[in-house]
Ligand binder design. Structure first.
Ligand SMILES: *Cc1c(COP(=O)(O)O)cnc(C)c1O
Length: 375
């Protein structure tokens, strides 16, 4: 029987504990497991780096909400990304990455994996033609973020899947900004979906984590081997917090989207604001593609204003902080905060940009806060 998204978010992998009836699966805070005889672990559990029931529960939830067959959970989004790169690339392989990827993703490619002989080319734009131009004969992976961070650029997922197939490469999609409630890349032909579960999936700014979701058994096996061999797994309590967050993902995302739509509209009409980046706006270059592949347009809004730093320092409800996707609204200056590590690179962000992670508060309070900060 197939279930709707919100049913899966609440129930998949989250059956009541068979021994006690505990409605919420317990936190198995253990490093190791008693064995009944040498080589005879009771339920297959031997050591918590290799497998832990709380992490297993989360992995099942992750797979279900992305519509994939296999989920893997990690200590952070970057740990998940690093595991993909180590498991599937070797020196001499080439990757096409987005022109405005998450700064930490770019740093992982440019400062860590390039040192080990993996070649990387940022595409000159979010469109498929730009990505095709960045490809080489040795391209083994196409990496896509949509919407991107911080400019909310949109890449056509079906087009990217076709490009990857033409190149004989794997398509990896970082789905952190959209969340699986708004967009499911595997259905558009992606091979691997990556999440920083720190953001919308956890949803409460209280836990760092990462996830990978794949459909293909052999790919899952290779990633699972590296998950254990590299050991960048999350602990049981972090896995439990993330699973708890996911249960309300759909409800939260609808409110994030409602509030972000109102705020984007407010900013468009504000005289101190030069440009607004939100894929829900009809003049956003990716609007039509976003409308085709996303349920709604998400909770992230960026804009340009002369006094960007002062605005970031002046809000009261919007908390000045990095990260995104929590219930509370955040404001930040990408040039000097989240994207400081890409200064001087092709991914450098202009100094007049402000990024908002719009939370689920009463929208009139958020609008009043921004109005005050901009005046
Ligand atoms: C935060 C983020 C990451 C990295 O995840 P961590 O959990 O911070 O390691 C990767 N991609 C995107 C789009 C992000 O926003």
């Amino acid at each position: 029987m197939s279930h709707g998204f919100d049913t899966l978010a609440v129930h998949a992998g989250q059956d009541p504990d068979p021994r006690t009836g505990s409605v919420i699966p317990p936190i198995y805070q253990t490093s190791t497991y008693a064995q009944d005889a040498v080589g005879a672990p009771r339920l297959g559990y031997e050591y918590s780096r290799s497998a832990n029931p709380t992490r297993d529960a989360l992995q099942e939830t992750l797979a279900a909400i992305e519509g994939g067959r296999h989920g893997l959970a990690f200590a952070s989004g970057l740990a998940a990304e690093d595991t993909i790169l180590r498991a599937l690339l070797k020196p001499g392989d080439h990757v096409v990455i987005p022109g405005d990827a998450y700064g930490g993703t770019y740093r992982l490619f440019a400062r860590v994996h390039q040192e080990w002989g993996v070649q990387v080319t940022p595409a000159k734009g979010p469109d498929i033609a730009a990505m095709r131009n960045a490809a080489q004969v040795n391209t083994k992976m196409v990496w896509v973020e949509t919407p991107t961070n911080p400019l909310l650029n949109i890449t056509d997922l079906s087009g990217a899947a076709q490009l990857a197939r033409d190149l004989g490469a794997l398509l990896v999609v970082d789905n952190t900004f959209a969340s699986p409630y708004l967009q499911q890349p595997l259905a558009h032909g992606a091979d691997i979906v990556v999440h920083s579960t720190t953001k919308y999936l956890g949803g409460h700014s209280d836990v760092i984590g990462g996830g990978l979701i794949v459909d293909d058994d052999e790919l899952a096996e290779r990633l699972r081997f590296h998950q254990n061999a590299m050991g960048a797994v999350n602990g049981p309590f972090d896995a439990w917090l993330t699973a708890r967050g996911i249960k309300t993902l759909g409800v939260r995302m609808d409110r994030h989207c409602d509030n972000a739509e109102r705020i984007a509209d407010f900013l468009v009409h504000h005289k101190k604001v030069r440009q607004v980046y939100y894929p829900g706006l009809s003049d956003h270059p990716g609007h039509e593609t976003a409308a085709k592949q996303m349920r709604r347009f998400g909770g992230m809004v960026s804009f340009r204003t002369d006094d960007a730093e002062r605005v970031c320092n002046s809000t009261e409800l919007f908390i000045l902080a990095e990260s995104l996707g929590g219930v509370e609204s955040l404001i930040e200056h990408p040039g000097r905060m989240t994207h400081a590590s890409v200064a001087g690179s092709p991914l450098e962000v202009s100094g007049d940009l402000v990024r908002l992670s719009v939370g689920i508060e009463t929208v009139d309070d958020l609008l009043a806060d921004l109005d005050r900060a901009l005046s």
